[in-house]
Design a protein around this ligand. Sequence first.
Ligand SMILES: Nc1ncnc2c1ncn2[C@@H]1O[C@H](COP(=O)(O)OP(=O)(O)OP(=O)(O)O)[C@@H](O)[C@H]1O
Ligand SMILES: O=c1ccn([C@@H]2O[C@H](COP(=O)(O)O)[C@@H](O)[C@H]2O)c(=O)[nH]1
Length: 222
Amino acid sequence: MLVREPRAQEGLSEKLPRVVHRLSVIMKPQVVFVLGGPGAGKGTQCAKIVENYSYTHLSAGDLLREERSRTGSEFGQLIDTYIKEGKIVPVEITINLLKKAMEETMKVDEKKFRFLIDGFPRNQDNLQGWNTVMDGKADVKFVLFFDCSNEVCIDRCLERGKSSGRTDDNRASLEKRIQTYLQSTRPIIEQYEKQGKVHKIDASRSVDEVFADVKNILEKES
Ligand SMILES: Nc1ncnc2c1ncn2[C@@H]1O[C@H](COP(=O)(O)OP(=O)(O)OP(=O)(O)O)[C@@H](O)[C@H]1O
Ligand SMILES: O=c1ccn([C@@H]2O[C@H](COP(=O)(O)O)[C@@H](O)[C@H]2O)c(=O)[nH]1
């Protein structure tokens, strides 16, 4: 038989701090960063994760594209230029969009505290911005790294470019995006690797084969 006598006699003032503490632990955003080259399949795999697990997908690129087309945005022109040039937008802009999206998600449903943050952090500036703004406010659990060759990345984006309408799915932008990825994003992945936080997945295979690995990782991590 369970004996819970001391707690049964507790008043609200004794219970409350424990309840508040539990809630704040439960509700602290749990983050998985999703990284890899352009066209590696990050968005595709995130969509499949959302179908099967309780995660909210936030693509930093999608948030920037939305901000670019928002009427009255003071950053529209800047974002447009950076995206076409395959350059990384200053973190002050991106982190505010991410933070707002996370807060809004949790405001609508407090149980939605697991996030896949796709395509971020992409460079040292991004990482520093995240650490400054989100330190203590969110836990980065691990990184899903979708690894595939530059050629596969470029071919997939060019194919996607036939219908995506994206201004950066063309060969000129892609050459720059790949350079940015190799020079700025790979070092970030390496930093997380040193912390033992990276799950590297061979993303050159079929969507289902890649997802089978993703599922194994998520089952082990949960
Ligand atoms: N495993 C795969 N095999 C073949 N094609 C794939 C695979 N995964 C994704 N694709 C296709 O490749 C293109 C790029 O995929 P996706 O948009 O998921 O990549 P991404 O990593 O999110 O790209 P970006 O960083 O440029 O936004 C899409 O047209 C998608 O349908
Ligand atoms: O954190 C980020 C994410 C994206 N960008 C810019 O957007 C494009 C497209 O990003 P995708 O993830 O491929 O959708 C990227 O090349 C950058 O120019 C960014 O600056 N910061």
